[in-house]
Design a protein around this ligand. Structure first.
Ligand code: SF4
Ligand code: SF4
Length: 128
């Protein structure tokens, strides 16, 4: 799995895509909110009020997409302090990835890297 993840990401340039930042966005943990608000010199409550909403799963997510912090050149303006979910997306290097199979399949709809990862894993299984 790790080998396939590394292989796929060595071929895909996220800066030419940014589809996750444009169409999905992360969920924000309390730690994310504190860290990013501090970086922006804002109070966490003000940060939440300005950028976030609570979704149907009770997660704190972006009010609008594309993400407010996405620059026109597809870089992230808060890259150093970005949410954990952004750092880990599309989670294809998770140790126990089988636990999130449903999520990985769902991510193939927005993420070309996740799509390619699933295709290659499928090919490997078929070869066995
Ligand atoms: S959608 Fe996938 S390939 Fe595109 S920028 Fe996000 S992680 Fe990278
Ligand atoms: S915080 Fe940065 S990495 Fe995360 S969705 Fe926004 S622009 Fe993308």
């Amino acid at each position: 799995m790790q080998e396939t993840h590394d292989e796929v990401f060595s071929e895909i340039d996220c800066l030419k895509c940014a589809n996750c930042c444009k169409t999905t966005g992360p969920l924000f943990t309390e730690k994310d909110i504190e860290r990013i608000a501090k970086h922006l010199k804002m109070k966490p409550a003000d940060f939440e009020k300005k950028f976030l909403r609570v979704d149907e799963d009770h997660d704190k997510v972006l009010q609008n997409l594309p993400c407010w912090f996405l620059n026109p050149d597809n870089t992230c303006s808060i890259y150093e302090v970005r949410p954990k979910a952004c750092r880990e997306f599309p989670h294809t290097d998770r140790k126990k990835i089988y636990q999130i199979n449903h999520l990985t399949i769902q991510n193939t709809l927005v993420c070309p890297a996740a799509f390619e990862f699933v295709e290659r894993i499928q090919q490997r299984i078929d070869r066995k």
